[in-house]
Design a protein around this ligand. Structure first.
Ligand SMILES: NC(=O)c1ccc[n+]([C@@H]2O[C@H](COP(=O)([O-])OP(=O)(O)OC[C@H]3O[C@@H](n4cnc5c(N)ncnc54)[C@H](O)[C@@H]3O)[C@@H](O)[C@H]2O)c1
Length: 328
C-alpha cells in the first residue's frame, strides 16, 4: 500500500503547481461541484480541464458517475492522467471511485474544500457512491496519491457545514488522540487541529486499511448517529450528519460508563465538551424511542446485535463491542 503524501500548505496555488511540477504531472483533470467550481477553483489557478458535477449527496450516484466517465472519454483521460478531486466528501468519494475503476484504475489527488473532507473524507481511500437508498454501497478502497490541505478554502464554506464537521474532530480526539482535544482546549489555530486530526486518521488507516479492526474506532458516535439520521429523515426533518454523530457520541459515552468501560467523571468531561462545541442537547426519551427501529438497519451489524466503538479514556477506545438490540 502506497501511503498518500499529506501536504498542509495555505498557499494552495503554489502548492498545487509545485506538486505537479515535482511529480511531472502534465495531464490532469479536475473534478469540482457547482459550488467548488465557483468558490475554490479560482484558488488553484490551473489550466487543467474541469468536470463539474451537481453539488450535494443526492448526486453521489451512478448517474453522476456515468457522466464523469463520458467526460473522461471526451477528454481522452488515460493512465497518464491524474484526477484532481476539488471539493467536499461527495466529490472525493465519487471522483476517487471514478479514478479507481476507469481503465482499471488511474491515479488521483484529493484537494478537500470542506472541514469534514480535510479531517475525514479525503483521507483513507474509501471511495464510492450511494445506490438506491443505501449509502456508500458501491465503492472501492483505493488511496489517493496525495491530499493537499489548505484552510483557505474554509472562508467560503457555509457556517453549518463547518459546525457539523467538528463532530468528526471531537470523535477522533476522544477515541484516538488526546492531543487533539488538548489543542481544542488551548484554542489552537484551526489548521493545527486539522493537521492533528487528519494525521491521526492517516495513521489509523495505515494500520488497518480495509476497516477490519482498529479503523473501526472511528465509528464512535456513528451507531446511534446513523440511526438518528435515518429517523429524522423518516419524519421529514433531516439533520446534518455531524449533528447526528455528536448526539450519538453523547449517548455512546454514557453507554461506555454503563458497561463499565469509562469512568463517570471522564464521561462528563467528554459530554460537556461535545455539548459546548456543538451547542447540543441530549436525545429526548421520545427521540430515542423513535430511532430504535433504525438501529438494526445499520450495515455494520450482524444478526440482531449492535456493534459500538466506545471510549475507555480520553484519547483511547475499544471497538467491536456487541450488544443485543434488546439491551440497548
Ligand atoms: N470516504 C470517507 O472516508 C468518508 C468519510 C466521511 C464522509 N464521507 C462522505 O462525505 C460526504 C459528505 O462530505 P461533505 O460534508 O464535505 O459534503 P459535500 O461534499 O456535499 O459538501 C457540502 C457542501 O459544501 C459545498 N462546498 C464544498 N466546499 C466549499 C467551499 N470551500 N466553499 C463553499 N461551499 C463549499 C458543496 O458544494 C456542498 O454543497 C458524504 O457523502 C459522506 O458519505 C466519506
Amino acid at each position: 500500500m502506497m501511503r498518500p503524501e499529506l501536504i498542509f500548505d495555505q498557499q494552495i496555488t503554489d502548492c498545487f503547481s509545485s506538486y505537479c511540477r515535482q511529480n511531472h504531472i502534465s495531464k490532469a483533470v479536475i473534478i469540482a461541484d457547482t459550488n467548488t467550481q465557483v468558490f475554490c477553483l479560482p484558488l488553484l489557478n490551473s489550466d487543467f480541464p474541469v468536470i463539474t458535477v451537481p453539488a450535494g449527496e443526492p448526486f453521489k450516484d451512478l448517474k453522476t458517475l456515468e457522466s464523469i466517465f463520458h467526460r473522461f472519454i471526451e477528454l481522452k483521460v488515460n493512465r497518464q492522467t491524474v484526477i484532481v478531486n476539488l471539493g467536499g466528501g461527495v466529490v472525493s468519494d465519487i471522483g476517487g471511485f471514478a479514478a479507481s475503476v476507469y481503465q482499471r484504475g488511474i491515479p488521483y489527488i484529493n484537494i478537500p474544500t470542506t472541514l469534514l473532507a480535510m479531517v475525514d473524507a479525503a483521507i483513507g481511500g474509501k471511495t464510492g457512491v450511494d445506490f438506491l437508498h443505501y449509502k456508500n454501497y458501491l465503492g472501492a478502497f483505493n488511496l489517493p496519491q496525495a491530499v493537499m490541505i489548505s484552510d483557505l478554502f474554509l472562508q467560503t464554506l457555509p457556517a453549518e457545514e463547518l459546525k457539523s464537521a467538528w463532530a468528526e474532530i471531537l470523535k477522533t480526539g476522544t477515541i484516538c488522540d488526546a492531543g487533539i482535544l488538548e489543542l481544542i482546549r488551548k484554542d489552537a489555530p484551526l489548521i493545527d487541529i486539522i493537521k492533528a486530526t487528519a494525521t491521526c486518521k492517516d495513521q489509523l488507516v495505515t494500520r488497518d486499511f480495509k476497516d477490519e479492526n482498529e479503523r473501526q474506532l472511528l465509528n464512535f458516535g456513528h451507531t446511534i448517529g446513523h440511526a438518528f439520521e435515518s429517523y429524522r429523515l423518516s419524519i421529514a426533518q433531516p439533520v446534518m450528519h455531524g449533528i447526528a454523530v455528536a448526539r450519538g457520541m453523547l449517548y455512546e459515552t454514557r453507554l461506555a460508563v454503563k458497561l463499565g468501560h469509562l469512568q463517570p467523571d471522564v464521561a462528563e468531561h467528554i459530554i460537556r465538551l461535545v455539548k459546548e462545541k456543538m451547542s447540543l442537547e441530549e436525545l429526548s426519551v421520545e427521540e430515542f424511542a423513535g430511532l430504535r427501529p433504525f438501529l438494526s438497519g445499520d450495515k455494520k451489524n450482524e444478526d440482531s446485535s449492535i456493534t459500538f466503538s466506545l471510549p475507555v479514556e480520553i484519547g483511547r477506545g475499544i471497538y467491536g463491542v456487541r450488544l443485543p438490540l434488546s439491551e440497548v
